[in-house]
Every structure is written in structure tokens, then in C-alpha cells.
Design a protein around this ligand. Structure first.
Ligand code: SF4
Length: 152
């Protein structure tokens, strides 16, 4: 055990357990659009993300919001179009991929997919990018997981 860890942990506090994904998890988006529609949901966007998306599309933030977003409980989410598809989905792929919000950037490293190997496997049945491609370390996964949790 690292000395630093001994100092930080209170007496009697249990030793932290390694996550089940301690060896890392592989993921590489295939840009198939499978997670971008087909079911109702929310893609939350904050002020910085609204500015980034508006700039990417060459619009003023207000014009972007009027066309592509809707307000839910004091926050903004991207609109859905027919088939519950994200308004940014074009020809089966994300049309703003380089400016996509944190919620999309952190997929599939979300709490609901990382609770157990079974949760991960269930999500992987709907996403062809999971379990292939780049290997993310446990630290990277935890950073993405936290970023997504903050964006909720
Ligand atoms: S379902 Fe997976 S592979 Fe397809 S766009 Fe979404 S993250 Fe990428």
C-alpha cells in the first residue's frame, strides 16, 4: 500500500476496491448513429456547449437554441425529430461530431454502463464500438465517468 494512501485514509476506513474494469475497457466509436436515436431521451447542453455548437454551425447562440434545442426544467436539451432521432443526426451519423457535447463525448463510460460487467455487456449489444478499438485505462474511464456525471 502506498504511504500516501495510508495518510489519506481515515483509521478503520476500508481499503478501496479496484473497479471491475481495472484492466481497462476497449471502445472506438464506429459513427453508426445507433446511440443517437430510436428511443426518447435527453442530450443536455450547457452554456459552453451551446456556444460551441452554435459556432460550429455558424449561428448565434440564440438562433441555434431556437432551431436545435428545447428547454426542459430550466435546462436545454437537443431536439428530437422523427423516430426520436437526435436533430443532429444526418444520414445515420452525427453532423456535429467534433463539437458534440460532454454527454456524447463520454459515451459509453456512463455510470449505468459501468456498474458491473453485465451492465457493460448489455450496453455493448447496442453499440458496435464497445469492446473493440482503443483501450481506455481505468483512470481514463473514471475521468470520463465523472465528467458525464457532472453534466447530468
Ligand atoms: S452506437 Fe456506439 S459505435 Fe454507434 S455511434 Fe453510438 S457510440 Fe458510436
Amino acid at each position: 500500500m502506498a504511504t500516501e494512501e495510508l495518510i489519506r485514509r481515515a483509521p478503520g476506513e476500508p481499503e478501496p476496491r479496484e473497479p471491475w474494469y481495472a484492466a481497462g475497457l476497449a471502445f472506438e466509436c464506429r459513427r453508426c448513429g445507433g446511440c443517437c436515436g430510436g428511443f426518447p431521451g435527453y442530450v443536455w447542453i450547457d452554456r459552453d456547449e451551446i456556444a460551441a455548437l452554435a459556432s460550429y454551425l455558424g449561428l448565434a447562440p440564440d438562433a441555434f437554441l431556437a432551431t436545435y434545442a428545447r428547454r426542459v426544467g430550466g435546462r436545454y436539451t437537443l431536439r428530437e425529430v422523427a423516430g426520436w432521432n437526435c436533430v443532429m443526426l444526418r444520414d445515420g451519423a452525427c453532423s456535429v461530431y467534433d463539437a458534440r457535447p460532454v454527454q456524447c463525448r463520454t459515451f459509453p463510460f456512463w455510470d449505468e454502463h459501468l456498474g458491473s460487467p453485465r451492465d457493460w455487456a448489455a450496453a455493448a449489444r447496442r453499440c458496435p464500438g464497445m469492446n473493440s478499438g482503443r483501450l481506455y485505462s481505468a483512470d481514463e474511464i473514471d475521468q470520463l465517468r465523472r465528467a458525464r456525471a457532472r453534466a447530468r
